[in-house]
Design a protein around this ligand. Sequence first.
Ligand code: HEM
Length: 120
Amino acid sequence: MSEASLYVRLGGADGIRTVVEDIWKNHTSNPKIKQRYAQSDPENVKRLVREFFGAGIGGPETYTGQDMLTAHTGMNISDEEFVAVCDDVLAALDKNNVGAKERDEVLCILYSMKAEIVGV
Ligand code: HEM
């Protein structure tokens, strides 16, 4: 039996939109990282993150942003900041009652991108 895509298991476009809204709220109130987003256009960043994750986990979205290395090069992001971002994502998933299996899958996906984001 084949398993539904992570996209479907996270509730599709609507489920992901809700989670991304909560991730943004968490990031912009997290003292460890909120300054990073001080100049950002919230709607633009949230759209890019929805596209990025949607396209990566089986959704119909097309990602129109930069690759992770290009997007984060020059920011010199620390390990601590990376953990803070992951914690914010996990908290948003918990808030929306996402299952433990899906939560673990998301964390693995995030962690797999660490080398393209931290210290570049
Ligand atoms: C695996 C973890 C991460 C993922 C999947 C991710 C994803 C993204 C995406 C899709 C974009 C948009 C790229 C574009 O503009 O074309 C972006 C931009 C950005 N990311 Fe990340 N990111 C991650 C970790 C981090 C961390 C740890 C920080 C530091 C706190 C960070 C800070 C930023 C900033 C400041 C921007 C630019 C926002 C803007 O354009 O206003 N990211 N990220």
